[in-house]
Ligand binder design. Structure first.
Ligand code: ADP
Ligand code: MG
Length: 448
């Protein structure tokens, strides 16, 4: 337990020159954050064109045609979640090699071990080393035919997804974070009580350089979980806005050959907006608070929109409140572009736009749909949306044009934004930039 008080105060973010890791901007090609994978990929900017995400054995075999010796792809194992499978053509057949995770390294033969999928592929491209053949040409995930259902091939009207996807590498090397200055020494953080529970593990209060911070721990020890977690961190390194929960850094501890990863973010002392609305209710939450939460969230989202980043899980539970009551968008866990993270079984049905539920068409406009639901949550003090409709029937009703009524006391201009956000045609929905202007005008004309 070390407490570095040199900086003290609230200023925990001025210490290092941190760089964004692969900013999700529509930048064509760059080598900014070149970790090891960059080098081993031979200047392809860490792309892993051969990585196809979670596709079945059958689909892999279908895609690998014609069966040219050495033609290969890597997929996520469907039988062994968390593991990968290398599929390679040889002698008119497809051989499937299971890639297993052992002590945080990956291996096929339990003789050669690798830190990244990229380095494994490179090794077997150089030498068959016990495989049926050395790896030859990769089958790129994005060049497969567009009529094949495929987790990486969401038709999306947002360019960011492909940008993020193509520049993302499956196993994010921790050196990428180190080189970019985002790694925090675990000894500099004092952990305190538990303040929440996330999908990956507990969220705890901590003290770092004299300031309170939130520390989110990764408990699940699979490459898949680590990837999702690090993708969240990676997305966050490139985003900075007063209405987005700020990433301070990552702690990566190695103990007994295992990695423990913690995500350190600014501490939001008033907790989640949803709990705040529910626990304080009508008696305590004022009209001014409500429009403030709506406007703050919309500003954060307008910033994401300007960066062409799609959040995918916008809801009151994922908006946090600071001590001063400022709302900030959190939880970029689903902003990840990979197939695994867009497992449709995990989507929050009542918050997700119909085109995203049905066809994985996520965009800033599908986020706008969710924002409409979030506005409804704010003005109904945290009720569960579509209160009288069973979950299984929501999409059916919504697709027929059903829209929720205005919550009691909701100002008409705010309800107008909700209704526009729930237009079935995504292009008819407002942009966050427009919604922000509308909310701001309303706020200024009605100083409550
Ligand atoms: P998950 O990504 O698994 O949904 P969240 O990031 O939403 O996890 O965190 C889960 C809960 O932990 C939140 O609802 C909130 O109560 C608490 N929490 C998370 N981050 C913070 C933070 N920065 N400050 C205060 N509480 C937080
Ligand atoms: Mg959450």
């Amino acid at each position: 337990m070390t407490l570095d008080n040199q900086l003290g105060g609230q200023n925990t973010t001025t210490t290092t020159q941190r760089r964004a890791i692969d900013p999700p901007l529509p930048v064509p090609e760059k080598n900014a954050a070149g970790g090891n994978e960059r080098k081993v990929m031979g200047g392809q900017s860490g792309q892993m064109p051969w990585f196809h995400g979670k596709i079945s054995r059958e689909l892999a075999e279908k895609l690998l045609t014609p069966r040219k010796d050495g033609l290969f792809l890597v997929r996520e194992s469907t039988n062994f979640p968390g593991d990968f499978t290398l599929c390679v053509c040889f002698d008119s057949r497809v051989e499937h090699y299971r890639i297993i995770l052992q002590d945080n390294r990956i291996t096929i033969d339990e003789e050669e071990y690798f830190d990244t999928l990229a380095s494994l592929v490179l090794h077997y491209q150089r030498d068959a080393d016990g495989l049926c053949t050395a790896l030859g040409e990769p089958l790129p995930a994005r060049k497969t035919s567009s009529d094949t259902p495929h987790p990486h091939q969401h038709t999306t009207n947002n360019c960011s997804e492909s940008q993020l996807s193509s520049q993302d590498s499956f196993l994010i090397d921790k050196s990428v974070f180190e080189e970019a200055g985002w790694v925090i020494n675990g000894d500099d953080i004092t952990l305190q009580e538990k303040i929440g529970k996330g999908e990956f593990g507990d969220v705890r209060l901590g003290v770092y350089k004299g300031s309170q911070v939130a520390v989110k721990e990764l408990l699940k020890d699979t490459i898949g979980a680590a990837h999702k977690f690090l993708t969240e961190a990676k997305v966050m390194t490139s985003l900075q806005h007063e209405n987005l929960v700020r990433l301070l850094g990552l702690v990566i501890e190695e103990k007994n050959g295992r990695n423990k990863i913690f995500l350190v973010t600014e501490y939001m002392s008033k907790g989640s907006l949803l709990e705040y609305l529910r626990s304080r209710g009508r008696q305590y939450v004022t009209k001014k608070d409500q429009i403030g939460f709506a406007y703050d969230t919309c500003c954060g989202m307008a910033y994401l929109e300007s960066k062409h980043v799609v959040h995918r899980d916008l809801a009151a539970r994922n908006v946090l409140l600071s001590e001063e009551g400022q709302a900030k968008v959190a939880d970029f866990g689903l902003a990840s572009p990979d197939g695994a993270a867009i497992d449709s079984g995990k989507l929050p049905i009542k918050w997700t736009a119909p085109e995203a539920l049905r066809h994985s068409q996520f965009s800033n406009k599908s986020d706008m749909w969710s924002f409409g639901v979030l506005l409804w949550e704010i003005y109904s003090f945290g009720r569960v949306p579509y209160p009288r409709i069973p979950l299984g029937e929501v999409v059916k009703h919504v697709e027929k044009g059903y829209q929720m009524e205005s919550p009691e006391g909701c100002p008409p201009p705010v309800y107008t934004i909700m209704k526009e956000a729930w237009e079935l045609d995504p292009t008819s929905r407002p942009t966050f930039k427009q919604a922000k202007e509308n909310l701001n005008n309303f706020r200024l004309q009605n100083p409550q």
